[in-house]
Design a protein. Structure first.
Length: 352
C-alpha cells in the first residue's frame, strides 16, 4: 500500500494531475499508483534502541565535504522549479539557510543560480554527465562565481536515450519550452538538449573532477549503485558518491540505494549520501546507521513548497530534525557519528 506524502492532497489540487504525476515520478514500467520501492525498502528497517547509556545530550551535526551541517539531512535537486512555485527554489533556499541544511540545485532549474546563492551559499549545482566537457567546465566556473558549495554530477540516466520515458508521462522540458523559460544549464528556452550517446567514461569523470578542483569545489558523483563503480569513482578523484536510482523515475526495477549502502560502504570509505525514498527523519537515522553521511529528500519537500512555500518547507524539515534528535538520543548515542548497523534490524527479524 502506498504511503501518503505530507501535503499530498494540497499539491495534487494545485498542480493538476499531469504535473502531480511528474512530481511523484512514476516510471513507465510501474503499475498505476504503485508504492515507491525506495521508501518501502527504507521502512523495512527497524531501529534497535540502547538504554542506560548515560549520555547527557545529542549532537546531530555532521561535517561533510568540508562543511558543517546541523543534521545528516539535505534537499535534493528537481527540475523546473518555477512551474511548482512562483518563487522557484528561493523559499527552499531560505528554509535550508534557517536550518543549516545543504541544498542541491538542478541545472534544469529556472531561477538563476546567482539569485539562489545570494539567499544561501550552502548550495550544490547538479549537472548532467553528458555533452562536451567544455559545457561542464563553464557551468563549474559559473557555480564558483556564484558562491556555490560544490558540484554534483549525475551519471545514471543523465539523458533520455528514447522518447516517452518521462516520469508520469509529463515532459518538464516541453513545459519550460512552451513557457519560454531558460534554465541554468541551457543556452535557450527549455532544457539544454544533450546527446545520450556516446556515453561518458571514467576519463571524462576524472577530467570533470580536475575542473572542479581548480575552482576549489568538491565534486560528488550521483547515481552510483554498484560497489565496483564506487571504487572507480573514487579513483577518478571525486570527493563523494550519492547512492541513487534517480528516484526510480526512469524504471521501477532499479535496485534501491538503501539496499546497496552496506555493499557500497564496504568498498568505499569516503563521503556517502543516500538519495531515494527519504520520507522522514527516521529514514535519515536508518541511513546513518548504514554508513550514509547525509540523506537527501525531494518529493516531500516539493509537496511542501507547492502547498505552503517557505514556512511549510521549514516546518517539514525542522520536524524531521526533531525526529533525528529524539531517535538518536533514544538509541543512546551522543553524536550521529556513533550510529552503526548494530542499531538496526529488519522487519520480521527483531530480537525477542
Amino acid at each position: 500500500m502506498r504511503n501518503v506524502l505530507p501535503f499530498e492532497q494540497e499539491a495534487r489540487q494545485r498542480l493538476g494531475e499531469p504535473l502531480y504525476r511528474y512530481m511523484m515520478g512514476q516510471p513507465a514500467d510501474a503499475l498505476l499508483a504503485a508504492a515507491d520501492g525506495n521508501s518501502q525498502d527504507l521502512q523495512r528497517y527497524r531501529l534497535l534502541p540502547r538504554v542506560m547509556r548515560g549520555n547527557n545530550g545529542i549532537d546531530t551535526s555532521v561535517t561533510f565535504a568540508g562543511h558543517r551541517w546541523s543534521a545528516p539531512l539535505g534537499v535534493g535537486a528537481f527540475a523546473g522549479d518555477v512551474v511548482f512555485h512562483p518563487e522557484g527554489l528561493l523559499p527552499i533556499a531560505r528554509a535550508c539557510r534557517r536550518l543549516q541544511l545543504p541544498l542541491a540545485i538542478s541545472e534544469e532549474t529556472v531561477t538563476p543560480l546567482r539569485e539562489i546563492c545570494a539567499e544561501y551559499q550552502g548550495c550544490w549545482l547538479q549537472l548532467r554527465a553528458a555533452g562536451d566537457l567544455s559545457r561542464i567546465e563553464a557551468l563549474i566556473a559559473h557555480a564558483a562565481e556564484c558562491g556555490a558549495s560544490g558540484i554534483i554530477l549525475t551519471v545514471l540516466a543523465p539523458v533520455h536515450p528514447v522518447s516517452g520515458l518521462q516520469p508520469g508521462g509529463f515532459s518538464i522540458g516541453d513545459a519550460l519550452l512552451q513557457r519560454g523559460l531558460k534554465t541554468i544549464g541551457s543556452t535557450g528556452p527549455g532544457v539544454q538538449p544533450l546527446p545520450a550517446f556516446p556515453c561518458w567514461g571514467w576519463d571524462e569523470l576524472r577530467q570533470a573532477c580536475e575542473l572542479a578542483a581548480r575552482h576549489k569545489l568538491p565534486l560528488l558523483v550521483k547515481g552510483v549503485l554498484h560497489p565496483d563503480d564506487a571504487a572507480a569513482a573514487h579513483n577518478a578523484g571525486c570527493q563523494g558518491i550519492i547512492a541513487s536510482n534517480i528516484g526510480l523515475r526512469q524504471s521501477s526495477r532499479w535496485v534501491s540505494p538503501v539496499q546497496q549502502l552496506p555493499a557500497l560502504r564496504q568498498r568505499y570509505s569516503g563521503e556517502l549520501v543516500l538519495d531515494g525514498g527519504v520520507r522522514s527523519g527516521t529514514d535519515a537515522v536508518v541511513a546513518a546507521c548504514l554508513g550514509a553521511s547525509l540523506s537527501l529528500a525531494v518529493r516531500p519537500v516539493m509537496g511542501a513548497l507547492v502547498a505552503g512555500g517557505e514556512e511549510a518547507v521549514f516546518g517539514l524539515l525542522s520536524g524531521w530534525i526533531n525526529e533525528i534528535t529524539a531517535l538518536s538520543h533514544w538509541c543512546g548515542v551522543s553524536s550521529i557519528s556513533e550510529l552503526n548497523p548494530s542499531f538496526l534490524t529488519l522487519a520480521g527479524a527483531e530480537s525477542a
